[in-house]
Design a protein around this ligand. Structure first.
Ligand code: GCO
Length: 446
């Protein structure tokens, strides 16, 4: 891919609860341990109890990363392995696990990008209010500082939270993710306290000093009205505000957007905004698709998502394949937010893969999705967007939250019975891109 600078960062991303397995007898329960064991919550009745058994197969998975040739690996730490109850004394056995992971990466010449929080809040903190409580942001800052003190000297980047907006909406408003809340005030407070946690964590790590660069990870997507009417336009502006700007604007602009202000009424945010508005070295952007929305009198928030049309190309998640929306999103960050240093910290696709054959899995749709989105990133760079890296989601098929193992995003296939890993053709395609040997024809949209 000729559009990328020679120092462009190529990586892969994963998340603790989705891959690790619950080994390590001293790990405290997280809200995902609780949620996944509640009947009916997960499509196939699975959980993260085994997942990819990554902690016991760590060397094998690190070797897969080395085979890919990536220069960086974004993983998350499970808060409850270090602090089973969320705070108190740091648990040495948990720290040892992540030291082994970090040292294994460094031994393979792969830069560790550590994400402190990927949705697995300690259940003990949830029992005390979770993200609806301001105290959780303070506990997060202490957790962040502890990780920085013990691992910071070996980390390339530390990212605060993964997708606070998605976590707030799916887990605290729609209730389809942990902790399963469906309350508008809980959702609003959770968004704000997740923003506060982001700022407090950044400040604590900045104060600690150390070599690691700091940032956080947002899921950003353009929101378009389904119809031409004013009501749909207003619905799109509201969802755009709540999904994108409620996390983007406090961090980058130090204020909440005007749209949606009524929902924030009653929450005293002014004193917190300077705490949230912290400098970052990188903005992680997770991109998958765009949202289409229309006004709805039936919906408690006055809007509803509109599924892609039958003519649209979609992935197994039902998400429209729109690489042009990624280009538009990156262009907006350049034009409207001062062109911050951006890394695509997640981009990938789920498709119903065939069984492995001859040591590989044929996944042409995922190769095409990858190619089209890398083309969009290349176009954004050519337009002057400050995009410095791309992390594929994800290494191995893993626990896809409420979808369980029914949706496969991996560059590597996971046999759910044997846990055998089998690279897919998209693994080979990405490895070729990373090495700069990808024939244009391979990655040209067919
Ligand atoms: C997210 C999460 C990942 C998902 C991936 C596919 O963006 O939702 O960061 O944990 O597994 O995005 O949905």
């Amino acid at each position: 891919m000729s559009d990328f600078p020679s120092d462009f960062i190529w990586g892969v991303s994963t998340a603790a609860y989705q891959i690790e397995g619950a080994v390590d007898d001293g790990k405290g329960p997280s809200i995902w341990d609780t949620f996944a064991h509640e009947p009916g919550r997960i499509r196939d009745g699975t959980s993260g109890d085994v997942a990819c058994d990554h902690l016991r197969r760590m060397d094998e998975d690190l070797d897969l990363l080395a085979d890919l040739g990536v220069g960086a690996y974004r993983f998350s730490t499970a808060w409850t392995r270090l602090f089973p109850e969320g705070g108190g004394r740091l648990r040495r056995q948990g720290l040892d696990l992540y030291e082994r992971l970090v040292d294994g990466l460094l031994a393979r010449g792969i830069a560790p990008w550590l994400c402190l929080y990927h949705w697995d809040l300690p259940q003990a903190l949830q029992d005390r209010g979770g993200w609806a409580s301001r105290d959780t942001a303070l506990y997060f800052a202490d957790y962040a500082a502890a990780v920085g003190e013990h691992l910071g000297d070996r980390l390339d980047h530390v990212l605060m939270l993964n997708e606070p907006n998605v976590h707030a909406v799916l887990g605290h408003l729609l209730g389809v993710h942990a902790p399963g809340s469906t309350d508008l005030v809980t959702f609003r407070d959770a968004v704000h306290h997740l923003n506060l946690a982001t700022g407090l964590g950044l400040a604590r790590l900045r104060d600690l000093g150390g070599p690691a660069r700091l940032g956080t990870v947002l899921n950003l997507q353009p929101v378009v009205p389904a119809g031409d009417g004013e009501d749909d336009q207003r619905a799109a502006e509201l969802l755009d505000a709540v999904w994108n700007r409620w996390v983007l604007d406090p961090l980058l602009r130090g204020r909440y957007p005007e749209t949606g202000e009524a929902l924030l009424a009653g929450l005293d945010v002014d004193a917190d905004l300077p705490l949230i508005h912290q400098p970052i070295d990188v903005l992680g952007v997770n991109f998958y698709t765009r949202a289409q929305v229309r006004a709805s009198l039936e919906s408690p928030v006055g809007l509803e998502l509109v599924p892609p049309s039958d003519a649209s190309e979609t992935t197994a998640m039902g998400w429209e394949v729109v690489p042009e929306a990624l280009l538009a999103q990156l262009q907006e960050l350049k034009d409207d937010y001062g062109n911050p240093p951006v890394v695509i910290t997640e981009n990938g696709s789920a498709y119903p893969d065939p069984a492995p054959s001859g040591g590989r899995v044929e996944d042409p749709q995922r190769v095409r999705y990858l190619a089209r989105h890398l083309q969009a990133v290349g176009q954004a760079i050519a337009r002057g967007c400050d995009v410095r890296g791309y992390f594929a989601w994800t290494l191995v098929d893993n626990f896809e939250w409420a979808e369980g193992f029914t949706r496969r995003f991996g560059l590597v296939h996971l046999d759910l019975q044997t846990l055998r890993r089998t690279p897919k053709r998209s693994f080979d395609a990405y490895a070729a891109v990373v090495r700069g040997t990808a024939p244009e024809a391979l990655l040209e949209p067919t």
